[in-house]
Design a protein around this ligand. Sequence first.
Ligand SMILES: *[C@@H]1O[C@H](CO)[C@@H](O)[C@H](O)[C@H]1NC(C)=O
Ligand SMILES: *[C@@H]1O[C@H](CO)[C@@H](O)[C@H](O)[C@H]1NC(C)=O
Ligand SMILES: *[C@@H]1O[C@H](CO)[C@@H](O)[C@H](O)[C@H]1NC(C)=O
Ligand SMILES: *[C@@H]1O[C@H](CO)[C@@H](O)[C@H](O)[C@H]1NC(C)=O
Ligand SMILES: *[C@@H]1O[C@H](CO)[C@@H](O)[C@H](O)[C@H]1NC(C)=O
Length: 549
Amino acid sequence: MASTIIFLIYLLATTTTTATTTTTTKITKQPTSTWTLLQSNIGITAMHMQLLPNDRVLIYDRTDFGASNLSLANGKCREDGFDYVLKKDCTAHSVEYDVVSNSFRPLMVLTDVWCSSGSLTPDGTIVQTGGFNDGDHVVRVFKSCDTCDWKELKSGLINRRWYATNHLLPGGRQIIVGGRRQYNYEFYPKISSTEKAYSLPFLVQTNDPDLENNLYPFVFLNPDGNLFIFSNNRAILFDYSRNRVLKKYPQIPGGDPRNYPSTGSAVLLPLRIVQGNVTVVEVLVCGGAPKGAFINSQNGTFDGALKTCGRIKISDPNPKWVMETMPLARVMGDMLLLPNGDVLIINGGSAGTAGWEYGRNPVLHPVVYKPDNPLGHRFKIQTPSTIPRMYHSTAILVRDGRVLVGGSNPHIYYNFTNVLYPTELRFEAFSPSYLDPRLSGARPKILLGSQTQFCYGDQVIIRFMVLGHVDPKSVSVTMVAPSFNTHSFSMNQRLLILEGVNTTVPVGKAKYEVAVRAPPSCYVAPENYYLLFVVHRQIPSEGIWVQIG
Ligand SMILES: *[C@@H]1O[C@H](CO)[C@@H](O)[C@H](O)[C@H]1NC(C)=O
Ligand SMILES: *[C@@H]1O[C@H](CO)[C@@H](O)[C@H](O)[C@H]1NC(C)=O
Ligand SMILES: *[C@@H]1O[C@H](CO)[C@@H](O)[C@H](O)[C@H]1NC(C)=O
Ligand SMILES: *[C@@H]1O[C@H](CO)[C@@H](O)[C@H](O)[C@H]1NC(C)=O
Ligand SMILES: *[C@@H]1O[C@H](CO)[C@@H](O)[C@H](O)[C@H]1NC(C)=O
């Protein structure tokens, strides 16, 4: 009975946005999202974040702009002639945060990692590329352990990469696309010492003189093996192995820019595997700043951010953008795929652009977008934070289904006082409404002993517990790739809805099992660690780490 009531309340909360006045008393019992302050001071500003497969998070900012609020361990210091403020800097600009114990330790990064990019790789190492000044050609790795630290590799990049986007590819290499004044791409690691960078004229075509709007392009691996690359206001389907543009997608209606500094965000919507294949592939691009906003910000006029999203079925022979309107305009928002397939839009402001001092009016309310709801009924405003998360803020999904939120520093230096939007050291968690304790009767818990190493196409049996009534038809299994987040874009982000082999069956008191098929290929799911979730009535379990490949 109790679980039935919970289910009814949950339905009210999730079905439509057209709730009438007759339901208002029950609406107050809706599951709600909440915020928790995890650390009032994490020492650095979280400009880049990556979740690692041991539930720790690698966080870093830049190295050259003064003293952070966290000393390096064991009295270590860095001397670097490129530092703008300190000749000798004994503070950390990177930390490793442990999600489970809510603690962190300083790390030492040697050269400047400012506005860089990276990717988790199949062995659990993060490979980070580029940055600024002495760091712009450098490749660094971090593999987590209690005492591990950053390592710089001898082999670096061919071109400097500052504001580039990385994507993990089938086979385990990553592609590094673009960057400031880089209209090309390269791979890491190289297959041979003679491997070159390859030109990508699309990044020239989408570069607005003086404004750019082509930085941190939105790059997704299409399950057909090609890359979808969105820059400024349009996109291509690109065969990176043969350096060929296969398709040009139409310009997004309105033509306003969506990439840095007119920073919007984008996701590849959940990929549903049907009969061993993904046939419908969609991309959603939301927010950004209107044309000219960057120049206007420099002149002290902060234009209202874009309120629109464009959704496009990139698998269609003649794809068209379908425009939707968000309840709140947003620039520098992050878009994250939640384990149940919803899209969270979080952080950012409602005026101005990215860049030093150019953003205004923080948007404190996240918004959830439900891709499967009918058009016009997809957005739902969430509980607000109290902390502005402007330029250089970040957000990532962690295994327990929360979203960690950090950073925000629109200043060239660490400026903790006497400025608009001071350098932000507070570190928070956003708990989506599916974590509301009132839903605990319907929440699945994956049981130990479930398989965690998958080969492509494997049949996998997942066992889980649910205390309340189970509706076998509303059980699904999803896999989420842990992404690298910076500048409002989550590189490598993808969510797979696995194909069921049979339906969920009871196997004991409150225990169930479901057989699903692992993703069919490395084009659908490049070899890597993923978080696997059982989702019941849109409520995800805690994830478990699995590896495929
Ligand atoms: C961090 O900030 C606190 C409070 O302002 C200050 O007392 C402390 O000295 C700072 N630590 C470092 C390493 O800057
Ligand atoms: C998967 O679907 C795509 C798009 O419909 C099609 O081009 C491709 O041939 C299919 N692949 C397989 C293995 O069926
Ligand atoms: C911004 O200000 C500069 C210098 O005053 C001026 O030349 C430029 O036209 C202004 N731009 C806009 C878009 O108002
Ligand atoms: C910000 O910090 C830098 C370096 O410490 C300092 O030079 C500058 O005056 C600060 N800006 C403000 C507005 O306090
Ligand atoms: C579902 O498939 C798994 C794996 O083949 C099997 O062990 C289980 O008995 C099946 N359950 C039902 C109800 O068919």
